[in-house]
Each structure stands twice: as structure tokens, then as C-alpha cells.
Design a protein around this ligand. Structure first.
Ligand code: GDD
Length: 409
């Protein structure tokens, strides 16, 4: 049997995702109309002999309860949320729940970061891992040398694919091959994490004998119950014939900012063309809106037949899109109202917001820049003919004058 674990983190980790993370846990923010975590979960469906999917995080249970029960029914695979009382690091969190994870006696455990967007080639990784042997296989990808330093950089043997060297977010360039945050391990991973715990305890004990002060500083830098997968496990195991790499040639992005969620929404919509074309909207004649490229429209949303939508638009539940509205590259959340002839481009429009007649909500569409997309928080009201350009608007604001490159608090 095989189990999958998805690390969802917790509220403190989502600060870069504000103001959207004020309303919803970041892993539940919709990309291509489905919660972020839904994409790795539905990819797990392709793993042969999958017994369980676990989400591990330190969000409150109730935030995930509804989603977890509905997705379990939909996939016919049990999905469970396991709550940490506080962050224990990506490896520590996994280790805490080792007894539950091992209940099905799995031969392999997939471990996935929830904030990455890719095609999750999981069965292919498992097959490669069985060929390589060892304790684990890491999904890796080549990126530009300039962007590599935001990730774990690694060196692999070109023939055997063995992981030879690993450095987390190095200051000087090591390699343009990076860690995608998707792994398959044998249960030996738990032995490796236990090894790190006991090493740290030994060190702390030594320090206690030598000096109280040293212990204090040591515990501040390294709380002994916090173990990171990358620095504490992958780095020391590199070059020991334990870890191997599987390179994806497909798309891969990390989702740390709201801007990236618009980009990743586009990638998942494009993937729907192959995996779930029934989820994409089709413009069928004069009775429905004009659809351009890949678009998701929730069945409960109402889009006027004279509106023009796409490419890369996803429209959530109960949204109302008025006559002549034009939407391009945007995420429209639940209960939003877009009035007649309004334009929304490269933007995220928060829950219950409304955009007035002939108003424009727009940005340049540089997904990595701070104000590269316009974000309206929950219940923002943009009045008729107002233009909102490259701006972030916090919840519950009413805009009756145009703004540009501003953060409206
Ligand atoms: N449950 C739980 N508890 N989850 C956690 C914790 C924790 O204490 N700490 C982090 N996570 C989750 C995050 O939500 C995320 O999904 C994943 O674990 C990794 O988060 P970080 O440890 O903050 O690392 P990162 O995202 O900056 O970088 C990692 O992922 C990159 C790929 O996206 C590293 O592994 C990089 O090397 C890698 O390139």
C-alpha cells in the first residue's frame, strides 16, 4: 500500500498571502475554481494502491472539516486532516504523526508541499524510485540561474540520478536544478528523522553540562522539536546513496503570493484541457457569454450572454457578471458582482465585492511584482466608472475615486 501526506502549514505561514488569507486558509484558496490543495489531492488519485491521504497542518480543524469530508466522498479515498498544536517543521510535522501514517503499513509515503503547482507525476516518480532503490526520490526541475536561489538547489549524478549535494536557498549559486517540494519515501524516512532528534538532544545535553548560556542560545536557534526536511534531512543524506532525483519537464511553480495564484490558475486551467475538459466553460452560441481560451465558471454563477470572458478566468460560486463586462486573467471569488461594461484584467476580486458600471480593475500582470496584479479583499466596493490600477485594497473599503499603485488600508 501507499499513503500520501500533504503539508499544508498554518496561519502564520500565510502572511505573504494577505489580504486573501484573512478569509480563507491559503491551501483552500481557489485556483482554476478548485482549492489549491485539491490539485495535489486529485493527482494522488493516480497512485496505484493508494490507501489514505493525510493533510498535516496547524490550522484549526474546522477550517478543513467541510473540504476533507466532501473530497473523501468524491475521490472514494479517505482524506484526513491531522492537526499539529504548533509548527514542528516539515519533517517534524510528518514525524509527529508517524503512528497514524504507518497504520496501513505502507511500503511508500508520498510527501507533497501544498504550495506548489505542477502536474504531480506521482506514479512516474514511484516507478523511478523503485528502479533507483534507497530511501527517497525528490521531484526536481531546471529553472533559470537567477531564480534558483529562492529554492533548495541540488546537484545530481547525471547517470544514476543520485542526489550528490543539497543546499537550501544558498546565497551563492550552486545549481539551476531545484527541489520541487514533492517526494516519495520508504518508511525509513522516520528512522532518519529520529536520528536528527536524538543528535540534537545529545548536543543539548552536552551544552547543558558545559554552560547554561550556550544552551539558551542553542535552544533559541534550534528548538529541539523542530526538524526541517530540507536542511536537516536532505542535506546530510546527499551523496550517501539514499536519495535520488526525478526531473520533471512539465510545468512547476511555487505559490507564495496572490500574484502567483493567478499564474497557477492559468496552468491548472490549461491542464484541465487534458485531464478534465468538462470543467472548462464553452461559449455555445448567442445564449451564453463569449468564452476566450481556458475559463472556469461555477455552475451557480450567472454570466450575462453579452459578457466576454477569458483567457485564464475563474469565476466562483454565486458571482454575477453583468452585460458587456470584460474579464481577462483574473480570479473572481464567491458572491462577487461585476456590473455592466466593467473591465477586470490581471486581478483577484475578493468575496462579496462589487465592481460598478464602466469601472476598471486592472494591473500590468507581472505576477512576481508586489503590485503586479490588483487585489480587492472581501466586500470591497468599486463605484461606477472608478479605475483601480496596480493596487491592493483591504477588505470592506469603498472606492469612489480612482487609484493607481496604492495599498489601500
Ligand atoms: N504541517 C506543517 N508544519 N507544515 C509545514 C511546516 C510545519 O511546521 N513548516 C512548513 N510546512 C509546509 C508549508 O506549508 C509548505 O507546504 C511546505 O511545508 C514547505 O514549506 P517551508 O518549509 O516553509 O519551505 P519553502 O516552501 O520555503 O521551501 C521548500 O519548498 C520548495 C519548493 O516549493 C523547500 O523544500 C525548498 O527546497 C523547495 O524548493
Amino acid at each position: 500500500k501507499v499513503v500520501a501526506v500533504i503539508m499544508v502549514g498554518g496561519p502564520t505561514k500565510g502572511t505573504r498571502f494577505r489580504p486573501l488569507s484573512l478569509n480563507v486558509a491559503k491551501p483552500l484558496f481557489p485556483l482554476a475554481g478548485k482549492p489549491m490543495v485539491h490539485h495535489p489531492i486529485s493527482a494522488c488519485k493516480r497512485i496505484p494502491n493508494l490507501a489514505q491521504i493525510y493533510l498535516i497542518g496547524f490550522y484549526e480543524e474546522r477550517e478543513f472539516a467541510l473540504y476533507v469530508s466532501s473530497i473523501s466522498n468524491e475521490l472514494k479515498v479517505p482524506v484526513r486532516y491531522l492537526r499539529e498544536d504548533k509548527p514542528h517543521g516539515s519533517a517534524g510535522g510528518l514525524y509527529n504523526f508517524r503512528d497514524i501514517i504507518m497504520e496501513d503499513s505502507p511500503s511508500h509515503i508520498f510527501l507533497l508541499n501544498c504550495d506548489v503547482c505542477c502536474s504531480f507525476p506521482l506514479p512516474e516518480m514511484l516507478e523511478a524510485h523503485r528502479r533507483y532503490g534507497g530511501m527517497g526520490t525528490i521531484l526536481v526541475i531546471k529553472v533559470s540561474a537567477e531564480s534558483a536561489s529562492q529554492f533548495g538547489e541540488l546537484v545530481a549524478d547525471p547517470d544514476t540520478k543520485e542526489l550528490l549535494h543539497y543546499t537550501e536557498k544558498p546565497e551563492t549559486f550552486v545549481s539551476d536544478l531545484i527541489n520541487c517540494g514533492v517526494y516519495v519515501f520508504t518508511p525509513d524516512i522516520f528512522t532518519a528523522i529520529r536520528g536528527v532528534y536524538s543528535q540534537w538532544k545529545d548536543r543539548a545535553n552536552l551544552r547543558r553540562l558545559s554552560s547554561f548560556e550556550a544552551l539558551q542560545s542553542a535552544t533559541r536557534i534550534l528548538p529541539t522539536d523542530f526538524v526541517r526536511l530540507d536542511q536537516d534531512i536532505l542535506s546530510p543524506l546527499a551523496g550517501k546513496k539514499q536519495l535520488y532525483t526525478y526531473e520533471t519537464m512539465d510545468f512547476w511553480e511555487q505559490i507564495k503570493t496572490p500574484g502567483m495564484s493567478v499564474k497557477c490558475s492559468a496552468l491548472y486551467l490549461a491542464q484541465f484541457r487534458h485531464t478534465s475538459p468538462h470543467l472548462l466553460a464553452i461559449g455555445d452560441g448567442s445564449k451564453s457569454a463569449t468564452i476566450v481560451g481556458d475559463v472556469y465558471i461555477h455552475p451557480s454563477a450567472k454570466v450575462h450572454p453579452t459578457a466576454k470572458i477569458g483567457p485564464n478566468v475563474s469565476i466562483s460560486a454565486n458571482a454575477r457578471i453583468g452585460p458587456g463586462a470584460r474579464l481577462i486573467s483574473c480570479i473572481i471569488l464567491d458572491d462577487v458582482q461585476v456590473m455592466e461594461n466593467a473591465v477586470v484584467i490581471h486581478s483577484i476580486v475578493g468575496w462579496k465585492s462589487s465592481i460598478g458600471r464602466w469601472a476598471r480593475v486592472q494591473a500590468a500582470g507581472d505576477f512576481n511584482a508586489k503590485l503586479g496584479i490588483t487585489i480587492l479583499g472581501e466586500a470591497v466596493s468599486v463605484e461606477d466608472e472608478v479605475v483601480v490600477l496596480n493596487s491592493i485594497v483591504l477588505p470592506n473599503k469603498t472606492l469612489n475615486v480612482s487609484v493607481q499603485e496604492e495599498i489601500i488600508l
